[in-house]
Design a protein around this ligand. Sequence first.
Ligand code: GLA
Length: 395
Amino acid sequence: MKFRFKQFVYFCGIVGIGLACQQRQANQQEKEEKSPSDYPQVEQESFGTIEGKEVTLFTLQNSQGMKVKITNYGGIISQLWVPDKEGQLEDVVLGFDHLEDYLKGSPYFGAIVGRYGNRIAKGQFELDGELYSLATNDGSNHLHGGKKGFDKVLWDAEYLVDEKNVKLLLSYHSIDGEEGYPGNLSVKVVYTLTDENALKIEYYATTDKKTIVNLTNHSYFNLKGAGKGDILEHQLTIYASKFSPVNQELIPTGELQPVEGTAFDFRKAVAVGARIQKEDTQLKFGRGYDHNFVLNRTGEQLFEAATVVEPVSGRKMQVFTSEPGVQFYSGNFLDGSLTGKDQRVYEHRYGFCLETQHFPDTPNQPGFPSVILEPGQTYQSTTVYKFSLANENKK
Ligand code: GLA
């Protein structure tokens, strides 16, 4: 009996120690876990080196759990974690895990694009009677800033955190003649993650010589999650009554064509894939959608350019901009040859872009809104990607 009692005491002792240890672990975890008041926050880590210079990966996080990773190489948004209707976070932008993969060749995944987003025919334009020749990198045309555009340079970076927002400030000095553009251009791009699950991008530039500027961001979104299927069932609305038809080289003809009665009418929500296979010269030239939409904006304020809803996850993204146009690109050049984050293969149309911008080839199109920047002026452009749930307002 005595023996049994001893055993019992011994057993209780062991259990007691075990429980105490568990409690200590739980306390420890509690201490390590952050509370909402610890956010917004920013963390930084090394993302490798380029030409002997350190590349940094910044993580911006808000109190809602939304998180964005941005590197100062190309200002690339490499991850963007957004909740679905169950509160599950998913990374909704295409990209790579390692800097080397971006250096090997990326179709502008997540990058800042400049000095001129989109195409300039033959890489040529005239300014005050002077002919400028830019680098050509898309057949005989200039695309997205040339051979070494803003997507391939290292930006200076600093960050700022206030009570509600966390900001990453990137700056780059583009010298006179870089990729053929006139003028020394000082560029600043500010990424802000707000507590309302919005990612705001503000672009600023000044020059010492008359030049042209058209900056944008080239994120490929998939609201299911990067690499988790194609984007054809995403419901898209673009608030545009006209679009820019293009020639075979994707250079605008100069005409602004009504979307009415065409596969380009996204004025009411429709699945991206609903009409993408239609017999249509414009869809043929673009290999799908790769066109500038002329936004129905009035006034200078931010305008809702597009809304996208992914029906299964319930994720919704609204795009607001100060720009006159948005290039809707349905990921037509993705062909399964790139393996992205988490070893996921990016097949045809696994991502879409909504590149807010001035119209393509504006320097050669007198009818399009101007992209000229003069000394003494400041180029300014803002785009907001706001995330929520599809039925949030109906609740
Ligand atoms: C832009 C262009 C497309 C293509 C992609 C990158 O969206 O309009 O034609 O070049 O960039 O692959």
